[in-house]
Design a protein around this ligand. Structure first.
Ligand SMILES: [Fe+2]
Length: 235
């Protein structure tokens, strides 16, 4: 049924465009070493406790808050036509570059060892530093997407969240059963296969962000969600 839906959506595309989309969204587009990795066997993502201790989380939060005056508001009201990775998903949040503390965490040999064991031995940081994201205005969000080509694995740590209730505001929404569907198909039926995860304070999610479609659901009024975002190339 899922395949039928995907194929139906792909009917919007014809000729070489359809063939290219089909090959970019086929299971063969994922290298076997990734398919066999521990993280993929867990569904493409896993949440960890304790990669940041309370003190370091607080130090990272202090660094993130210091970066806020230089941060950029990112708003995209209408998505582009990208169906697989990257592009311009709809969004509204604030983003800043990281600082030296986050950089030390990003490049820490123990963290790289840990991530390589989960994903791929060739895993490497995509750049010198990561970023901080601030979902601090009512309704800040990031629509369903897969991460850009350079970001195969995302490591997202929650530095601040709340106040929050039992609703979905600020939850990650992941689609581990819809890996091979075009983004337009998933965006058209966002409840289907949705796995909603609240990343609690100090927790870290390791995610095949270039493979598993995901979104950040709109934060509630008064909610302040601040996260550290690190990107790695898997191969
Ligand atoms: Fe993402």
């Amino acid at each position: 049924m899922m395949q039928a839906k995907a194929l139906k959506t792909r009917n919007h595309f014809t000729g070489p465009e359809a063939r290219s989309l089909q090959s970019r969204l086929s299971p063969d587009s994922i290298p076997q070493s990734i398919r066999q990795s521990l993280l993929m066997k867990e569904g493409g993502f896993q949440v960890f406790e304790g990669l940041l201790d309370a003190r370091f989380r607080h130090e990272l939060l202090t660094e993130a808050l210091a970066q806020l005056p230089e941060a950029t508001a990112c708003e995209v009201k209408i998505a582009d036509a990208e169906e697989v990775r990257g592009g311009r998903p709809r969004r509204n949040f604030i983003n800043s570059s990281g600082g030296p503390l986050q950089q030390a965490f990003y490049w820490a040999p123990w963290l790289l060892d840990f991530l390589r064991g989960l994903t791929h031995q060739a895993l490497t940081p995509t750049g010198p530093c990561g970023t901080y994201s601030y979902y601090v205005r009512p309704g800040d969000y990031l629509d369903i997407h897969r991460d850009i080509v350079d970001c195969d694995v995302a490591v997202i740590s929650c530095l601040n969240d709340g106040p929050k209730d039992d609703a979905d505001g600020g939850r990650l929404c992941l689609y581990p059963e819809r890996l091979f569907e075009p983004l337009s198909s998933i965006r058209a039926t966002p409840q289907q296969g949705a796995v909603k995860v609240r990343l609690e304070l100090g927790q870290t999610i390791v995610l095949y962000g270039g493979i598993v479609p995901h979104a950040l659901l709109k934060v509630a009024e008064g909610q302040a969600r601040i996260v550290s975002v690190l990107c790695y190339r898997a191969i």
